[in-house]
Design a protein around this ligand. Structure first.
Ligand code: HEM
Length: 446
């Protein structure tokens, strides 16, 4: 890791001793970044959790680093903080090794598997949504996290949704996710990292016992598909590789989807015109199966999803580590430097989007296509070799949820639009209280 002196030529704000810019950025990460960009330009340095980081801002930097034509940038080094909890996951691998494993993972995402997941997910979601309270406020964020974990039980693991085992699995996943963002990185007794490591070990041992049966019998869930998956040359994963990849997959799928659905519900609750449009789109699907064709017709929902991801992306920063010295926008940056890319602030740039802080899903219409001004203007799913492998799956899950919920209900926000916590994981402050009412499309306003 380069010393502060090695980065002395990179501009940046003065860092308070020990804590550096950690608290300032945690308090208002977007405002702070926008301030630093205006003062220092699109390359500047900050110190977070004891590490000096060079921030490379804007769509050109996203394209240069994520496309990584010269193999200069390591995802493994960038996401180093996840290593203890998610060792050996795709995001912690680079180049040929990563490509080989990604090919095997892609088998679990093939079209026929996705169809099975969709059917299983639609049925599970329908059942779970009937248990949600009606006509009284509840915390949407808590409810959607619980729902996505339970849907995950069925779709990812092929396990029953209730019972003691499901509860312990859910607890372990939650502990892992909490550990992945905690500032204390050592597993000291009773700290979040300690709970996270125990959760990791519990999940590994639980799923290890399932592998022989799933290998023998298969199943239409992700875990079974990963037990059976091979690349084009017939290479499959060892037990440890399955467990490593599966563990990361659950984490990557979970909070991201819960956050984006929360942003969508908050937006629909505060924009009745859009809620009416989406309700009409859902009504036009009729009562048939929510198959690929039906979901393909949900183009307004797609726009709302894309806009939600632009305004509050679940992954607002993407870290990388420089493996070699490189030159960017006038600066020499040494090997070993931690880098931060910032899709979150980039997607709010007035140079790319008109009225960038406004909720305006029609900016994604074919006529306006604001996201096309630059190949990396819209990057909630990243880009290049590590681009989110679950992008289509996430879109399917979001559309299924919206279609199932808004078929016969509409949502009201009793306290209006929430504020968003951006770090470490974006979520609505106050948990986003909502009320579900039987649908009366002409009376959507509270
Ligand atoms: C709205 C939902 C989601 C968002 C915004 C999102 C975002 C991202 C981003 C930005 C990356 C790239 C990180 C990097 O380059 O360092 C990524 C990678 C990944 N995502 Fe997602 N994700 C979402 C949902 C999902 C789902 C549902 C799954 C699984 C079913 C998933 C699985 C993965 C995996 C395995 C990777 C690592 C890929 C690799 O390293 O090759 N994600 N995601």
């Amino acid at each position: 890791m380069p010393t502060r002196a090695a980065l002395s030529h990179i501009p940046g704000p003065k860092a308070p001793p020990i804590i550096g810019h950690t608290l300032t950025i945690a308090r208002d990460s977007y405002g702070t970044q926008q301030d630093y960009i205006s003062r220092y330009g699109d390359v500047y340095k900050t110190k977070m959790l004891g590490v000096w980081r060079v921030n490379l801002c804007g769509p050109d930097a996203l394209e240069y680093v994520l496309m990584d034509k010269e193999k200069n940038f390591s995802s493994e080094g960038g996401w180093d903080a996840l290593k203890l909890i998610y060792p050996g996951g795709l995001i912690l691998q680079d180049f040929d090794h990563h490509r080989q494993n990604r090919r095997i993972m892609t088998a679990a995402f093939r079209a026929s598997a996705i169809r099975d997941y969709r059917e299983r997910m639609a049925a599970t979601m329908r059942d779970l949504l009937t248990t949600w309270p009606k006509d009284e406020p509840f915390c949407f964020y808590t409810a959607i996290k619980d729902l996505t974990l339970r849907v995950g039980g069925a779709v990812f693991m092929g396990l029953p949704l209730d019972g003691d085992l499901a509860k312990r699995i859910n607890r372990a996943i939650t502990d892992e996710i909490r550990a992945s963002v905690t500032p204390i990185r050592q597993p000291l007794p009773f700290t979040p990292m300690w709970h996270g490591v125990r959760g990791r070990d519990f999940l590994r041992e639980t799923f290890r016992t399932l592998i022989p049966e799933r290998r023998a019998k298969g199943g239409d869930d992700f875990f079974s598909q990963m037990c059976l998956a091979t690349d084009d040359d017939g290479n499959a994963w060892s037990e440890d590789e399955i467990l490593n990849q599966f563990n990361l997959l659950i984490m990557a799928a979970h909070d991201t989807t819960a956050t984006s659905l929360s942003v969508m519900m908050a937006a629909l609750g505060t924009h009745p015109d859009w809620q009416r449009r989406i309700s009409a789109e859902v009504a036009a699907l009729g009562n048939g199966a929510l198959d690929e064709d039906a979901l393909g017709r949900m183009t307004d929902t797609d726009r709302v999803f894309r806009e939600a991801l632009r305004l509050v992306p679940p992954v607002p920063f993407i870290p990388r580590m420089a493996l070699r010295d490189f030159h960017w926008h006038g600066y020499d940056i040494p090997a070993g430097t931690s880098l931060a890319l910032n899709p979150g602030v980039t997607m709010l740039s007035p140079e790319l989007y008109t009225n960038p802080t406004e909720f305006d899903p029609d900016r994604f219409s074919p006529e306006r296509a604001e996201d096309r001004v630059h190949r990396f203007a819209w990057t909630p799913f990243g880009g290049g070799a590590h681009k989110c492998i679950g992008m289509h799956f996430a879109t399917m899950q979001v559309k299924l949820f919206v279609a199932t919920l808004l078929r016969d209900h509409h949502i009201v926000l009793p306290h209006g639009a929430p504020e968003w916590q951006r770090m470490p994981i974006p979520k609505p402050k106050g948990g986003l209280p909502i009320v579900l009412r039987r649908s009366e499309p002409l009376r959507l306003a509270a």
